[in-house]
Write a protein that binds this ligand. Sequence first.
Ligand code: NAP
Length: 311
Amino acid sequence: MKPPIVLLAPLHGPTQRELESLYDVHPLYSAADPAGLLAQLAPRCDIAVTAGARGMEAAIMKQLPQLKLVACFGVGVDAVDVAHAHAHGIAVTNTPDVLTEDVADLALALLLGAVRRIPQGDRFVREGHWLKGGMSLTRSLQGNRVGIIGLGRIGAAIASRCAAFNTELAYFGPRRKTDSPYRYFDDIVSMAQWADVMIAACPGGEATRGIVSRAALSALGPEGLFVNISRGSVVDQPAMIELLAGGQLGAAALDVFDREPQVPQALMVLDNVVLHPHQGSATHPTRAAMGRLVLDNVAAYVAGRPLVTPV
Ligand code: NAP
């Protein structure tokens, strides 16, 4: 008999099809009676699979007393109650490393897009304005000071790309990295005062909620650019919108939002922002590699082997 799995969110298509071919998969997200499905699975289901954006809250874990594994499709597990899981002997896995390069690439695309106003240029051509004259000049990335919030796997990959653009680099995080050549700030506002560009690449969740504060964004200033590839929760979004609209913050390039896919109209109407629909890891090869890690973690658990990428 195939082991039962509760699936909390639809996955990358080929990954989900392979999961369904190997296990008895029960999609909770489309169940007509979710409470009934959980009650039916409670005596026998020890595996849950979810996606980063959906996560898994303690309330659902509590309804599955046999639960031993939550395999998350995504590196960010801020929507999984990891503390509750670990306190109750439930392992959590994620999909680190395989997405790092694509996410860093997108951060640079957003950075360059905002600095050189690429989406605005695209609109300028399409709307026929070029026929009446050239587009206005933009700022340059060359020689800029770039401050990275969270110099982890993705942050470090962003930093090495930025170095190729002759930028000066610094980072903010909970601790100094002794092996990093970049300047360290233990205070985000001080880094914002120093920086021309600030890029968030830290995890979401309660520990980082609102760390990109009104004070930090104000310190970045009217010529400053904020890039967010992390999570919408890390920034004070209402303050960011107000400062962008008032010109106290120069520009923003955002892959992630608070309460996405809802994006406030007040943000949509601004010309000094580049908006992107949370696509950091969304390439065919990376999503396939993330899916492989989810499948490998589930297989390792079922076979009693050590998990591949435990959190
Ligand atoms: P990682 O290797 O664990 O790096 C996270 C970094 O953030 C670490 O350097 C950590 O510092 C730092 N950090 C922790 N708490 C912090 C705080 N309070 N303030 C500032 N920095 C803090 O993780 P990763 O693989 O680089 O992924 C980072 C995040 O990117 C994920 O958690 C996810 O939210 C986001 N992400 C977004 C997308 C997208 O599509 N936009 C895709 C993938 C990931 P220490 O090393 O000192 O602990």
